[in-house]
Design a protein around this ligand. Structure first.
Ligand SMILES: [Zn+2]
Length: 293
């Protein structure tokens, strides 16, 4: 059996071919040209998949909110204009005549971590990715938890600061306005315009830059505050943290240390760890959509 896994993001489309055990036999990355819109993206996707033949199923991990039962994009932001409403499963099944499964990218990444990465040893864990926003996914009893509208896990929009900063979702005081990497960068730029990306900020912090000390420590505290509510609500074995600079172990160690200072003691065995599949988590999860167990 041959499986096609695809991860559709704002900047790239990643494709892999695996066997029925999920062993990756081929991997390639393409520019998604997402600003050209949903229709163009789907046409490009069909063209890319058409380069391959004799496959038995397609798994898709994609940016945006996904109804995984229908295989439709229920909402996508301006990163991929006019992508909302795209019936990906229907389009690809009628074109390729094989079963197609579609999943949101953060949920797919969590599934990838469950099958191949940091989540292997846990039945219950949460995945959070920190970047421009904060994404989340819930694994319960070794399965993704979807919720009534299939969109559970919007951890970026739990409210950590009542009456706080306005958020893209229309609310205010949302977690991602304080805990995302974008939030860290905004605060750091106020200190010095040179600190315009996460890597530079963390490098300078590690070198003992005293001006950044408070900014980074406040940000770690913001991350920890949100996690504590989630840990108290879900009682997971682990929190798996991913996305860009979160691959740095020292950040996750600082978060873990702060969480353990603040958490109710009976929850203190929680493990806070790095995601291990990096930018391949989504595509590995896409493959997993067709693997049993
Ligand atoms: Zn929000």
């Amino acid at each position: 059996m041959k499986l096609v896994g695809v991860d559709i993001g704002g900047t790239s489309i990643k494709l892999c071919i695996s066997n029925e055990k999920g062993v990756i036999e081929f991997f390639k990355e393409y520019d998604s040209e997402s600003k050209k819109g949903g229709k163009y993206l789907v046409e490009k996707l069909i063209k890319i998949i058409s380069e391959f033949s004799d496959f038995d199923a397609i798994g898709i991990s994609t940016a945006g909110q996904v109804d995984n039962l229908k295989g439709e994009i229920t909402y996508a932001n301006e990163n991929i204009p006019n992508y909302t409403g795209t019936k990906l499963k229907q389009i690809l099944e009628s074109r390729f005549h094989v079963p197609v499964e579609v999943e949101n990218d953060v949920k797919a990444a969590a599934l990838g971590e469950k099958n191949y990465g940091s989540g292997k040893d846990f039945t219950d864990f949460l995945c959070l990715t920190y970047g421009t926003g904060v994404g989340g996914a819930i694994v319960m009893d070794s399965k993704l938890y979807h919720g009534s509208n299939r969109i559970a896990g919007e951890f970026g929009h739990i409210i950590t600061h009542p009456s706080g900063l306005p958020c893209v979702c229309g609310g205010s005081g949302c977690y991602e306005m304080y805990a995302s990497v974008t939030a860290l960068v905004k605060k750091s730029i106020e200190v010095n315009g040179l600190y315009h990306n996460g890597r530079i900020i963390i490098d300078h912090y590690n070198q003992g830059n005293s001006m950044l000390e408070k900014v980074v420590e406040d940000w770690i505290n913001e991350i920890a505050i949100g996690l504590i509510s989630l840990i108290h609500a879900f009682n997971p074995h682990a929190i798996i943290i991913g996305g860009g600079i979160m691959e740095r172990k020292e950040i996750v160690n600082m978060v873990s240390f702060r969480v353990k200072q603040l958490i109710i003691e009976s929850f203190s065995e929680i493990k806070i760890i790095n995601a291990s599949l990096g930018n391949k988590a989504g595509v590995m999860g896409a493959i997993s959509l067709h693997l049993s167990g």
